[in-house]
Design a protein around this ligand. Structure first.
Ligand SMILES: [Zn+2]
Length: 424
């Protein structure tokens, strides 16, 4: 038994070192073997061995010579960005969107299929259709599939516990997709995936702690703590959309009254704008009075920007309620950076200023003044990129510290003879 345990430990150490070497090359862009040894603290022999294996697997290539330090100029190696592709899927928009993405998060091919109110098994079939098209669109070996889905998700088991709009309950998305495509599958809540996108590819790159509040039809926060996604014991960390902000307010789809979602979600803002359009002749939105359904968040943003007082007042109230929720978030997490993402970012500083003001007013002054709220600039690919980061992290160890072994063990990865990944 002792021998087996030692062998297992050796294997783990080797896998850890391989990940460390690959991550170092990835982060540095171009680097010599000697410098990898210096950065990682591994011996030159170990590094040479690892780099040769990575070259054999075509994940890494020699790209030329670096400046000489007197003797022979060192050979530089670099990651081959398109040597592997992966699939990122966003199930949280009005349509199902997916993309083939390379190792640097560059989108190589896209597919989007309208959802048109479909749910249950039919919606699942639509997911297959998106992935089928994407798998067919690339010739590079695929590392895996990453999915950002609305609802409560158990990321460890890849199960959607409950997604109200899609009518999914205890859906084993990972098992289903792994069985169909024979690829590793990673599933997480769309807001959490959005936070990972900012942390991996966005302006919040490298921050230890971060909260991203995603505001679309619903509202949720993705939380990164100590450089890792925080899911919580019940996988519901960051579900701030159903915190009450208005006593006896509007009914919410969760059954309660006055949830944050009933005031600040894109859906709620458009609904209020539709009422405004019909009842307020002075509002510029009154031109939609006869056909309020044609009104979208974009027109509401434009009206606010053009100085429509009634619309601005509505946006300020939405911001005030968001500020209440963020004050609580800051008190619990003590994060320095909060980013707002989604279509409401179109309201810009009109929304942002009120949010920051209200958050500060309701917080311990010292905490709030050190917390900066900003607008995300990642755009509509956010969830796709975050889902891709999920795959890159867990299949190649590119971003998260490799001490995060829980995932790898859950996937039986250390024992697996991977064909596409860094481990062999
Ligand atoms: Zn609610």
């Amino acid at each position: 038994v002792k021998g087996l345990a030692q062998k297992a430990t050796r294997k783990q150490t080797k896998a850890h070192n391989r990940r460390l070497v690959l991550r170092t090359i990835y982060e540095q862009g171009q680097i010599s073997r000697a410098d990898i040894a210096r950065v990682t603290g591994l011996t030159r022999t170990t590094v040479s061995d690892m780099v040769d294996r990575l070259i054999q697997r075509r994940l890494v290539e020699e790209v030329g010579y670096g400046p000489s330090a007197g003797g022979k100029p060192p050979i530089l190696v670099s990651v081959v960005d398109d040597s592997r592709h992966l699939i990122g899927i966003d199930l949280a928009s009005g349509e199902f969107r997916g993309a083939v993405v390379n190792l640097r998060g560059k989108v190589r091919h896209r597919v989007s299929l309208p959802l048109q109110g479909r749910d249950g098994q039919v919606a699942l079939t639509l997911v297959y259709q998106v992935v089928d098209e994407l798998v067919a669109a690339t010739n590079s070996p695929l590392l895996g599939i990453g999915i950002g889905t609305p609802g409560l998700v158990d990321p460890l088991n890849g199960v959607v516990r409950r997604a109200v709009n899609l009518e999914w309950q205890d859906l084993s998305l990972r098992t289903l997709l792994q069985g169909r495509y024979g690829l590793p599958v990673h599933v997480a809540n769309d807001c959490q995936v959005a936070a990972l996108a900012e942390h991996t590819f966005g302006e919040a790159q490298g921050l230890e702690n971060l909260a991203v509040v995603k505001i679309e039809q619903g509202i949720g926060a993705g939380i990164v703590l100590d450089g890792q996604l925080f899911h919580g014991d019940t996988c519901g960390a960051g579900e701030i959309g159903h915190v009450t902000v208005v006593e006896n307010g509007q009914p919410c789809r969760c059954g309660n009254l006055g949830c944050l979602e009933t005031v600040t979600s894109a859906r709620a803002i458009v609904q209020q704008a539709q009422i405004l359009a019909q009842n307020d002749a002075r509002s510029s939105l009154h031109r939609f009075a006869a056909h309020p359904a044609a009104l979208t968040i974009r027109e509401v943003c434009q009206a606010a920007e053009a100085g429509d007082e009634a619309v601005q007042q509505m946006v300020r109230e939405a911001g005030r309620c968001l500020g209440i929720a963020l004050a609580n978030l800051v008190a619990v997490l003590s994060v320095r950076r909060i980013l707002i993402a989604g279509s409401v970012t179109g309201f810009g500083s009109l929304l942002l200023d009120v949010v920051q003001q209200e958050m500060t007013r309701r917080s311990l002054a010292m905490l709030a003044c050190e917390t900066e709220v900003g607008m995300s600039s990642m755009g509509p690919d956010m969830v796709i990129l975050g889902a891709s980061a999920l795959v890159l992290t867990h299949e190649l160890g590119l971003f998260a510290p490799s001490t995060n072994q829980v995932w790898h063990q859950a996937l039986g990865e250390e024992a697996k003879e991977g064909e596409t990944g860094a481990d062999d």
